[in-house]
Structures are given as structure tokens and as C-alpha cells.
Design a protein around this ligand. Structure first.
Ligand SMILES: [Ca+2]
Ligand SMILES: [Ca+2]
Length: 87
């Protein structure tokens, strides 16, 4: 029971951070924290299904536009580049 409450709390936190990131208000030192939250299996890469879990509106096309080198996973550098883009 405790675990599921914690999971919901973490998920809400992730959702909030992601919304802030989308609003392009996230400061640079918060991005790695956000990235780490999104990286469910902690392998240092974001896969489409990991981001989709938090942001259900994300399409595969949008995800692949973040993935600059086309390896179908997003590194921290690619993620930062994406967040900085529309500033
Ligand atoms: Ca991952
Ligand atoms: Ca990539």
C-alpha cells in the first residue's frame, strides 16, 4: 500500500516536472533530475515507451524528432537540445 502511494506521488512529481519542462521554464540543473525520472530502467536513455508513460499525448513522430541521431532512444544531450529549442 505504501509503495503504491509513493508510486503515485513520484508519478505526479514527474508529470509536474514534465509540464514545466514543456513550458520551457526548467533550469538547466533540473533537466538531469527530470531525465532520470523519465528514464524508468535507469539505462541513461529515454525510450518512447518510457516518456509515453508520463506524457500520454506524445506521439512517436514527436519522440523521433527529439532523437537526433535516429537510434530510437534519447540521450540527456538530445533531451536538453530539445528543451532549449523553442526558447
Ligand atoms: Ca531508459
Ligand atoms: Ca538518440
Amino acid at each position: 500500500m505504501k509503495n503504491s502511494i509513493l508510486f503515485v506521488a513520484v508519478l505526479m512529481c514527474v508529470f509536474f516536472l514534465h509540464a514545466v519542462a514543456q513550458a520551457r521554464d526548467l533550469s538547466l540543473d533540473q533537466i538531469p533530475v527530470m531525465f532520470s525520472f523519465l528514464d524508468a530502467n535507469q539505462d541513461g536513455y529515454l525510450e518512447y515507451k518510457e516518456v509515453k508513460r508520463v506524457d500520454s499525448t506524445l506521439t512517436e513522430k514527436e519522440f523521433l524528432s527529439i532523437d537526433k541521431d535516429g537510434d530510437e532512444r534519447v540521450t540527456l544531450d538530445e533531451y536538453i537540445a530539445h528543451l532549449k529549442k523553442g526558447r
